[in-house]
Design a protein around this ligand. Structure first.
Ligand code: FAD
Length: 440
């Protein structure tokens, strides 16, 4: 791309939101350029998020099964061991194959790919400091901001990606820590905690709130926590980290009850900070062209993904809504469909979420707490996997299905599943979830 090339669409960011938007735009006949600073496509999800974490969750689960379940199924080994470099290499191979695959899709669909850091000069021009060291200006009738999110840091805790790691460092440790402390009991912390617990770490999760995964249905959450505790993960809820001492070999954390009180010390070899993610717009020059952000740093958009500045749109983790890859992708498709004069559509009541621990926990629609808050009359249907023959047959029967339906009409309001393959099962529930309950 050069200054003289005028695009119909310029996408800043090549993550699930941005690369999907770019490919879809090109398929709809729009001349499209995508700018990505990382040097690889796929964004957080492919490079340091969903994909590497799912790779390690699978590998560590296989090891755990071999250690703890195979013998009871009559499969015996003389010894089982972890080869961490091989496990990491398998993860890296999955990542690099997939990111190269997207580059192939860009070529096939004629999306121009500019590698570099984009910043707005005007609402229709982006200056890019390229990875090779040059600068180019990319022009577009429409510009889509798909710059995603970044790890949220905690005051007083500096991430060095060695002893104090973010999810990125936790995906690339070169030895199994004896003691791992996870700060923050969201799904990322619990998934990464599970990986290392299975590989032999003593894992303690410290959480400021009274509960793990705040967005989860309360009843499911309780069962989920018990399940993780059976897997030897320890939880310190209503607890805050008030000090970090790095003077020794490991890390000494000073903890205090969330409400204040007596301090205690918790030692760790590695500390994972997973206290959430924050929209990433650093260096983008939003203030220069007047794009508004809210107090959480997100870019508010209307139902067509338009920001307050004409011709500038935003999708994915950088706008309000669940920070999930499939949601970012759907935003991307709908946004460019609107730009191509078609009808984009995303039903935000039906965005499933999955925690890929074992068992997995998946949900779509409303939690029981949310249904209560709406004041709608509802009924609950529950069935334990302990009474499911297939689950019993494979000796993997921990979990439950919980369905919330409007009392009068039986319209499904929310489905929550804890089960080994909940992540697959939830799709069917998403299809069955009603568009709008009649009485809401
Ligand atoms: P991103 O993926 O963050 O992509 C934004 C891209 O923009 C980045 O590559 C960045 O380098 C680039 N960029 C930013 N600024 C500029 C600029 N100025 N110029 C050029 N390029 C720029 N979601 C799920 O749905 N399922 C999961 O199982 C899951 N697991 C996760 C596990 C972990 C450990 C993490 C961290 C996240 C996980 N997520 C998961 C969340 C998922 O990764 C995000 O929701 C998703 O990546 C958001 O997509 P996005 O395109 O909005 O942003």
């Amino acid at each position: 791309a050069s200054a003289s090339d005028e695009n119909d669409v310029v996408v800043i960011g090549g993550g699930p939101g941005g690369y999907v938007a770019a490919i879809k735009a090109a398929q709809l006949g729009l001349k499209t350029t995508c700018i990505e600073k990382r040097g690889a496509l796929g964004g957080t999800c492919l490079n340091v998020g969903c994909i590497p974490s799912k790779a390690l969750l699978h590998s560590s689960h296989m090891y755990h099964e071999a250690m703890h379940s195979f013998a009871s199924h009559g499969v015996k080994f003389s010894s089982v061991e972890v080869d961490l470099p091989a496990m990491m290499a398998q993860k890296d191979k999955a990542v690099s194959n997939l990111t190269r695959g997207i580059e192939g899709l860009f070529k096939k669909n004629k999306v121009t790919y500019v590698k570099g850091y984009g910043k707005f000069i005007s609402p229709s021009e982006v200056s890019v400091d390229t990875i090779e060291g040059g600068n180019t200006v990319v022009k577009g009738k429409n510009i889509i901001i798909a710059t995603g999110s970044d790890v949220k840091s905690l005051p007083g805790i500096t991430i060095d990606e060695k002893r104090i790691v973010s999810s990125t460092g936790a995906l690339a440790l070169n030895e199994v820590p004896k003691k791992l402390v996870v700060i923050g009991a969201g799904y990322i912390g619990l998934e990464m905690g599970s990986v290392w617990a299975r590989l032999g770490s003593e894992v303690t999760v410290v959480e400021f709130a009274a509960d793990i995964v705040p967005s989860m249905d309360g009843e499911i959450r309780k069962q989920f926590q018990r399940s993780l505790e059976k897997q030897k993960m320890k939880f310190m809820l209503k607890t805050k980290v008030v000090g970090v001492d790095l003077s020794g070999d490991g890390v000494k954390l000073t903890l205090e009850p969330a409400a204040g009180g007596e301090k205690t010390i918790l030692e760790a070899d590695v500390v994972l900070v997973s206290a959430g993610r924050t929209p990433f717009t650093a260096g983008l020059g939003l203030d220069k062209i007047g794009v508004e952000t809210d107090k959480m740093g997100r870019i508010p958009v209307n139902e067509r993904f338009a920001t307050n500045i004409p011709g500038v749109y935003a999708i994915g983790d950088v706008i309000p809504g669940p920070m999930l890859a499939h949601k970012a992708e759907e935003d991307g498709v709908a946004c460019v469909e609107f730009l191509a004069g078609k009808h984009g559509h995303v039903d935000y009541d039906k965005v499933p979420g999955v925690v890929y621990t074992h068992p997995e926990v998946a949900s779509v629609g409303k939690t029981e707490e949310q249904v209560k808050e709406l004041g709608v009359e509802y009924r609950v249907g529950k069935f334990p996997f302990l009474a499911n023959s297939r689950a019993k047959a494979i000796d993997d029967a921990e979990g439950i299905v919980k369905i919330l339906a409007e009392k009068e009409t039986d319209k499904i309001l929310g489905v929550h599943i804890m089960a080994p393959n909940a992540g697959e099962l939830i799709h069917e529930a998403a299809m069955a979830t009603h568009d709008k309950p009649i009485h809401i």
